[in-house]
Design a protein around this ligand. Structure first.
Ligand SMILES: Cc1ncc(COP(=O)(O)O)c(C=O)c1O
Length: 489
């Protein structure tokens, strides 16, 4: 092994000319080179600095950082925008903990990212989960019922806020406007994890932005779908339901005291590109996607998730820049498809499950990327026969019974059990398939046989599982000696 293994490995991968259908959205820096922002790439190391006269301070901005945030607020149509250098994770912690106080109840879509649950832990909150509809043929979450949210608020009038993931990783947008109207009718706060939607304002062919739908606070991973560097995100606020001083306090607490100037500069660049070229580039991207879809029509066993799911299962819209591609009809799993694209065609997708694989396309992709993707998929499908097969499937979405809050569970006495013997016990750990990072089990939830079987199936499929202390996923920590009777699970 060399002296600098990470550097060696990254340079080695860079030489392989892998086409990026994954995050970050700048697509290996291509967008900067294409538009003569090469200078930005060249000066990256030189501009790494700290708080010295002239560089302003993220945590008390009154110079260039303030100006850049004001500009971003204008471009992204928010009242106030905060730059985040510790990913959307830090924004999610801050917005949830600014909107609540310890002990408060929060309604949360259970298909949320682990950072939302971690906020509930840190903020000592009581989660009330709302479960999304799930497409069992694709293993992905669909919409969330606005009426169910209303019922939950009526049943829990003391609830403080509602947190919705919008859109999902696969680009599925629920009826956020309706949810917003309901949440505000009861004078509650609407928080939106829009990690996957920083680009939505670039075209009216995309779902509406969360701010347009009326959210009070919105976190976006600018690095995922726009040209910002990994970890660079934004938090947008509108209205007066969020106490901004409390929010600033939380941001100082959850972000580094040495915020990276490289990351802040990349948010500045992303804002400038969004404003000056974003709409035109988005039109080109949407054209490239349509062109790809038309060409792929000749691959008869291929399915690409699209408009057909709109209007059902509380799905309001689908983001066409997310391509959920499935070859189930050829009996090719999502993992196999992802693996073959990478190994045979040097195309890297974002993630996969048993049914399909996800391409994240952004304004950083070019037509030639889509030509490569077409060729890869066409070649893989060539010669394969459509087979009607019933897959024995797993689901990454579960609806386990909640006994303790994540924090109560974490601080309880625990014992370790083989996973196979853990049915009916209360989990003391997370089980998180990654990506997407949506927990299958949260500490405090009852482990069902279905969860055990799903975990084993995922392991067999080679999905990375995070959260368990025992890396082999054969053991789990559960709450000491507390077996939930079968009738109460
Ligand atoms: C829905 C969702 N929310 C939040 C996050 C966290 O974002 P970040 O990686 O910017 O911290 C992710 C990351 O994948 C995500 O998928």
């Amino acid at each position: 092994m060399g002296q600098v293994p990470i550097v060696d490995q990254l340079i080695n991968l860079k030489k392989q000319d892998i086409v990026s259908f994954h995050v970050p959205g700048h697509k290996s820096g291509n967008i900067y080179s294409r538009f003569n922002y090469k200078n930005f790439k060249q000066v990256l190391v030189d501009i790494d600095t700290t708080e010295i006269p002239g560089t302003d301070n993220l945590h008390k901005s009154d110079g260039c950082i303030k100006e850049a945030q004001l500009r971003a607020a204008e471009v992204f149509s928010s009242e106030e925008t905060f730059f985040l250098v510790n990913g959307s994770t830090s924004g999610i912690y801050s917005m949830i903990m600014a909107a609540t106080k310890p002990g408060d109840k929060v309604i949360v879509g259970r298909n949320c990212h682990q950072s939302v649950i971690n906020s509930i832990f840190l903020g000592d909150l009581q989660p009330i989960y709302i479960y999304p509809e799930v497409d069992k043929h694709q293993g992905i979450a669909l919409g969330i019922s606005p009426c169910s949210i209303e019922r939950l608020i009526q049943d829990n009038p003391d609830v403080k806020a509602v947190l919705i993931t919008y859109p999902t990783y696969q680009g599925i947008a629920c009826s956020l406007k309706k949810i917003s109207d309901i949440v505000h009718k009861y004078d509650k706060i609407l928080l939106v994890d829009e990690a996957h939607g920083a680009h939505l304002g670039l075209s009216n062919r995309l779902p509406d932005t969360a701010l347009k739908c009326g959210a009070d606070a919105v976190v976006q991973s600018t690095h995922k779908s726009l040209p910002a560097l990994t970890q660079s995100s934004m938090l947008h606020i509108q209205g007066n339901r969020i106490d901004r001083d409390k929010l600033r306090f939380m941001l100082r607490m959850h972000q580094s005291s040495s915020p990276s100037y490289i990351l802040m500069a990349s948010l500045d660049m992303a804002t400038m590109i969004y404003k000056s070229k974003g709409k035109q580039l988005m039109e080109e991207l949407l054209e490239n996607i349509e062109y790809l879809k038309i060409k792929l029509q000749k691959v008869v066993g291929l399915d690409i998730l699209g408009e057909e799911i709109v209007g059902r299962n509380y799905v309001e819209a689908v983001d066409p820049t997310r391509l959920w591609i499935s070859m189930q009809q050829y009996n090719v799993s999502g993992h196999q498809l992802e693996q073959q694209l990478r190994e045979k065609f040097h195309i890297q997708m974002e993630l996969s499950n048993l049914y399909g694989t996800l391409a994240i396309t952004t304004i950083g992709n070019q037509k030639r990327d889509f030509d490569r993707l077409y060729k890869g998929i066409y070649e893989i499908g060539k010669g394969l026969k459509v087979i009607k097969s019933e897959k024995t499937s797993y689901s990454s979405y579960s609806t386990p019974k909640v006994v303790y809050s994540p924090k109560e569970a974490f601080y309880s006495n625990k014992m370790t059990l083989p996973i196979d013997n853990s049915e009916g016990f209360i989990s003391g750990e997370y089980i998180i398939p990654f990506p997407p990072g949506i927990p299958l089990v949260i500490p405090g939830e009852v482990i069902s046989n279905e969860i055990i079987q799903n975990l084993k199936a995922m392991k067999e499929e080679g999905i990375e599982i995070l959260g368990l202390k025992h890396n082999n996923c054969e053991y789990i920590d559960v709450i000491d000696n507390e077996l939930v009777p079968a009738t109460m699970r």
